[in-house]
Design a protein around this ligand. Structure first.
Ligand code: NOJ
Length: 779
């Protein structure tokens, strides 16, 4: 079969040899040169092959390449269902370009075969899946992993996710999510890198590089997808899928840079978004997709719609029917239709009626084919289908070890009065209490791909494994976090959780355990499915009876460390009044319990920093450090200023904040120049000393403030960071370069440029650092 298919392709190539290639390699900029080296840009040879295949295709086959179906057969009905049979027929006719949610080498091979053995042109399918923070070996949820500020391990975890996914036959992940989010109410904040544009850009590129490696056709790599283009993280009031109102400058300065960087890094695909932006649904947004992404940015991959988002333009009140929606979407630059069943029925008639030009269809098909060629699927459609590889690569011991390393580096120490942490291994007794204390499932987090239900190392297991038999470990759950609404492990993605727990019967036992123990580790926070898609909340406190449990325990034992597990910033104001120590442990993945034990006992000195602000209360949301000053910056004592009467403007735990078991001091902030031109550069240096008694790591952060601009500018903006290892007593000098790339922004001229004027510069261990200096930019 394969030979016959190759024959077709080769014939087509021969026929069209000499045809003009797309000429996309003309651009000489250095990003593209680097991409060429990494073979992330299409070559003239690939372009010739793409054109040659395209020339053979009928309109039905072309439209088919733009169709993506869900392959979770059980979700769409049984194998005897009409929909199942319909999809099989379409696959056999070669009228499907991609499938999502098909799991395992066996199923992928079976599905690919339907195309290879029955269709006319035998154009291989590309198989996509949400591999968000691991395939079966789970890493921390992306927000948690971002707290490591460690680009190397972030790239490494994406590379392992790609290795496992590709070993299971997959070619494409719908990640990374590059949506900036400043709103803790939005459950999907767990899937991104937090509130800051610079940090999200760096992390986004690391994730793209991790998934894609240096070569998409490498057996261990998969195509990545920059999503959701654009603005999805800015849904009004933190409500998922809600309308987005952002101005042009906010869009360009805050939301788009991570996407631009991903495009420059050669991300193979983009996904658009469910939301509208200022009245235009992202899926039908021509300015964003066709003019900016494919035009100005000169990006050559393909755009997939979000699930059903083409059809949803009807509900938005932007399209009269699916045909109208298809016309808008294809013109706007949405290349592939994920599960709307709109393109398959509408594109051909739209072309026949002259409403959509065949050139637009060809452009979209060309983009899809290009990625398939780059993945090597035309050379061998079964290239990623190797059961032996699947059996050895997925969930390997080596991957689990790395997952533990990434997890411990993602933990943030938020509070540690009287140095209650790290615990001594000479303690006599510890009580491990709470609804999440022996939960082996929640640490896997939402968007957990093929993680096995209940497969994480629980906190209790981690603590027990770390201590000797001389320490008594008491365990009590105390209260339930949620009342299951479905059989655990089944369909939890789709069903809401019920927090209405009323059972207090475990509290007295928990209090007894707390009384007996020298120290309490209290695991509270959020269930795995409390954050993620469709999990918006108006209350970001502790659901159910968790606070009641904390208050009861605190009456008998003050030595409490809260082990916080969560996917979003939470309101920690009350708990932090009650306990001396809080360890932010997110949903840390497969090795959660071991990683937490590593930090609790000081085998690893915590080094994480918050990628997002934690508020005093939910009423402050959306909350972010790089806010505007306003015309009336807050002032104590006077009412007529931009402030709340019952809470400060600042965060409870700010962006960039995190403690260590040692302390760091910053000295000798020095700028080598105090004046530069718009194209000039200067060097900032600062000495950091580990002024405590143990070795540790510090994330040194650089912020700027542009004091006067052609549009109003934020009070601080992160522009650089470096993570350092410092031995106790050691001093290191860190240097940052400030140049036009650091200082430019999207100005009132609607261009990226540096504006002359005064700038403040801040360096320190959090966004609230006050160590500062100043310099001037002249023309
Ligand atoms: C909808 C989500 O918004 C998107 O991020 C995801 O990739 C698709 N569903 C496919 O599962």
């Amino acid at each position: 079969m394969l030979n016959k298919r190759k024959y077709f392709i080769n014939l087509a190539i021969l026929l069209l040899l000499g045809c003009t290639s797309s000429g996309r390699l003309a651009s000489e900029n250095k990003d593209r040169e680097a991409l060429k080296e990494k073979t992330m840009l299409s070559s003239p040879d690939t372009e010739r092959k793409v054109d040659s295949v395209l020339a053979l295709m009928t309109i039905d086959e072309k439209v088919g390449q733009l169709v993506q179906y869900n392959g979770k057969w059980d979700a769409t009905g049984s194998k005897s269902s009409k929909r199942y049979k319909y999809k099989i027929e379409k696959l056999k006719k070669g009228e499907v370009g991609s499938m999502l949610n098909i799991i395992s080498v066996t199923s992928i091979r079976e599905t690919q075969r339907l195309v290879m053995e029955h269709s006319r042109l035998k154009i291989p399918l590309i198989f996509g899946y949400d591999v968000i923070h691991g395939y079966q070996t789970m890493f921390p949820v992306p927000l948690g992993e971002s707290a490591s500020w460690d680009l190397e391990i972030i790239e490494q975890s994406a590379a392992i996710a790609a290795k496992e996914a590709s070993a299971s036959g997959l070619n494409w992940t719908f990640a990374p999510m590059l949506d900036i989010s400043r709103d803790a109410r939005w459950g999907r904040i767990m899937e991104g890198a937090g509130e800051d544009t610079y940090l999200s850009t760096q992390i986004g590129v690391a994730r793209v590089n991790g998934f894609q490696g240096n070569n998409l056709s490498d057996i261990n790599t998969i195509a990545a997808c920059a999503k959701h283009f654009a603005g999805y993280g800015f849904g009004e009031a933190g409500r998922d899928y809600n309308t987005v109102q952002v101005g042009e400058y906010e869009l360009h300065n805050i939301i788009l840079p991570p996407f631009k960087a991903a495009a420059n890094a050669g991300v193979a695909t983009f996904m658009n978004a469910f939301n509208d932006i200022d009245g235009v649904p992202a899926t039908g947004h021509k300015i964003l997709q066709r003019d900016l992404l494919k035009g100005k940015w000169n990006w050559e991959g393909f755009v997939v719609s979000d699930w059903g988002s083409i059809g949803e333009m009807q509900a938005h009140g932007y399209a009269t029917d699916k045909k109208h929606a298809s016309e808008i979407a294809i013109k706007a630059g949405s290349d592939m239709d994920m599960e709307s069943y709109a393109y398959e029925a509408s594109l051909k008639p739209l072309v026949e009626e002259g409403k959509v030009s065949i050139a637009l269809i060809d452009d979209a098909v060309r983009r899809v084919l290009r990625v398939k060629f780059q993945l090597g699927l035309f050379d061998d459609p079964y290239k990623y289908c190797d059961e032996k590889r699947e059996a050895t690569e997925v969930y390997s011991t080596e991957h689990l070890e790395i997952a533990r390393d990434v997890a411990k580096k993602s933990i943030v120490l938020l509070k540690n009065e009287k140095d209650i942490l790290p615990l001594s291994k000479d303690l006599k007794s510890i009580a491990v209490i709470g609804p999440l204390a022996d939960d082996k499932d929640s640490p896997l987090g939402n968007w957990r791909a093929q993680a096995k239900y209940n497969s994480a190392v629980s906190l209790l297991e981690g603590i027990k494994a770390a201590v000797s038999d001389n320490i008594t470990v008491y365990y009590e759950k105390g209260v339930d976090l949620t009342v299951p609404t479905v059989t655990p492990g089944e369909n939890q993605f789709l069903f809401p959780l019920e927090f209405n727990t009323t059972d207090r019967s475990g509290i007295p036992k928990a209090v007894e355990a707390a009384k007996k123990a020298e120290i309490v580790l209290l695991a509270i926070g959020e269930d795995a499915y409390q954050s993620g898609e469709g999990r918006s909340q108006t209350d970001i406190g502790f659901k159910g009876l968790q606070m009641e449990l904390l208050e009861a325990i605190q009456k008998v034992n003050k030595n409490i460390v809260i082990i916080l597990m969560n996917g979003r910033p939470m309101d920690l104001s009350r708990p932090s009044e009650l306990v001396p120590s809080i360890l932010e442990c997110w949903h840390l993945g497969s090795q959660s319990g071991h990683a937490i034990a590593d930090v609790v006992f000081g085998d690893y000195n915590p080094s994480g920093k918050l990628p997002v602000s934690f508020p005093h209360n939910v009423g402050q949301e959306p909350l972010y450090y790089n806010r505007k000053n306003t015309g009336r910056p807050s002032s104590k004592g006077n009412v007529a200023f931009s402030s709340y009467r019952d809470a400060p403007n600042t965060a409870f735990y700010p962006f960039g904040y995190g403690l260590s078991y040692t302390t760091f001091t910053y000295n000798n902030l020095n700028l080598d120049k105090t004046e530069i031109t718009v194209n000039g550069s200067l060097e900032v240096s600062v000495d950091i000393t580990n002024s405590g008694n143990v070795d540790g790591e510090e994330v040194v952060q650089l912020y700027i403030r542009d004091l006067v601009g052609s549009i109003t500018r934020p009070i601080k903006e992160l522009k650089g960071f470096k993570k350092l290892k410092l031995k106790a007593g050691e001093t290191q000098t860190v240097k940052f370069t400030i140049d036009s790339e650091t200082l430019q922004f999207y100005t009132a001229n609607k261009k990226w440029e540096v504006e002359p004027g005064q700038f403040n510069i801040f360096v320190g261990g959090s966004s609230e650092t006050e160590l500062q200096d100043t310099f001037v930019v002249i023309k």
